[in-house]
Design a protein around this ligand. Structure first.
Ligand code: UTP
Length: 312
């Protein structure tokens, strides 16, 4: 790493959102505690950050989310019980999913005013150093975690790095979209960003995905509390200002992105991660084949002869 590039030691995990798209599941249970196969989303995010060498985690919390902190404890009573029953494997799972005391710090966001506001709430805990942001409901399936890939790139480039991927043109209005001027391998030079543009106004089809490495100067712009798309304080709007002051890159990560914050993405993630897990993959694959056969038979039975011919 060049002397000028400051290391990233902290990650901010905003978990104060309402999770409305997954209601009623998120009425009492934080979205970030929803489980993909056997791990809650928040645990997947912490594992990803650890793979990238992060040592300190800052949770931006709201009321009713304490369970997210409890998940990372290693309760004595549970460990004793498992030991008595000689459940060594289970003890390992509890230990591996725990985080040492003091490694998680918390900031509060009392009202969900938007992602930019959530990050601003972590300002004092971040201090004057570069930091990562992970949105726990966005996941990437790849042996090397997305943030670890970005960290390798950042250690060469410095500046600000946001994860990016190509989206279907009809979906650009759901994302922050990059306005780019160059591409060198996985790194894309950015000259602008537009939050949720209409398809006809989108500067590209490259969307920001929920991983960022930002310099602390972003807080000067978040301090302004400007509201943007949807009446929320958007992180994208602060980044648009920072692009004029500092180098800013999009990083095209490797792996499958799965947005677990809505129904379809959440179900796709269950399937993909279940098929990744050797101990259950065969049983799940057999079950899916059986269900797909049933589904196709039912669909064919209800289709008109004409659409059956077209499908064939
Ligand atoms: P989302 O954009 O998915 O919003 O936030 P949300 O409120 O969680 O979900 P929907 O749109 O109502 O279904 C991405 C991440 O940012 C956090 C969320 O908790 C989630 O981890 N967030 C969002 C905050 O912490 N505060 C906010 O004001 C908004």
């Amino acid at each position: 790493m060049s002397e000028k590039i400051r290391p990233v030691r902290k990650a901010v995990l905003p978990v104060a959102g309402l999770g409305t798209r997954l209601l009623p599941a998120t009425k009492a249970m934080p979205k970030e505690m929803l489980t993909i196969v056997d791990r809650p989303l928040i645990q997947m995010a912490i594992e990803e950050a650890r793979q990238a060498g992060i040592e300190e985690f800052i949770f931006v919390m709201s009321a009713g989310k304490d369970v997210l902190l409890r998940h990372f404890e290693c309760p004595d009573a549970l460990m004793e019980m498992l030991e008595k029953r000689n459940k060594i494997e289970h003890m390992q799972k509890v230990q591996e999913s725990s985080v040492p005391d003091g490694a998680i710090k918390t900031a509060s966001q009392d009202i969900a005013l938007g992602l930019g506001h959530a990050i601003w709430c972590a300002k004092d805990l971040v201090g004057d150093e570069p930091f990562a942001i992970i949105l726990p409901d966005d996941t990437v399936r790849h042996p090397q975690s997305c943030l670890a890939q970005m960290m390798d790139a950042y250690n060469q480039s410095g500046g600000n790095v946001v994860a990016t991927c190509i989206v279907d043109p009809q979906d650009v209005s759901k994302y922050g979209i990059l306005d780019l001027f160059s591409r060198d391998g996985n790194m894309v030079g950015i000259k602008g960003l537009v939050e949720k543009p209409k398809a006809e106004n989108a500067p590209s089809d490259m969307a920001i995905f929920g991983r960022y490495i930002l310099q602390p100067e972003i807080f000067a712009y978040l301090d302004r509390h400007e509201t943007g798309a949807g009446g929320e304080i958007q992180l994208t709007d602060a980044m648009v200002h920072l692009i004029h002051d500092q180098p800013f890159y999009g990083f095209v990560f490797e792996g499958e992105r799965l947005d677990c914050g809505h129904e379809v993405g959440f179900v796709k993630a269950q399937i993909a991660y279940a098929l990744d897990k050797d101990s259950i993959s065969q049983e799940i694959a057999d079950y899916m084949m059986e269900k797909l056969r049933e589904y196709h038979a039912e669909t064919m039975a209800t289709q008109s002869p004409k659409s059956r011919q077209e499908a064939a």
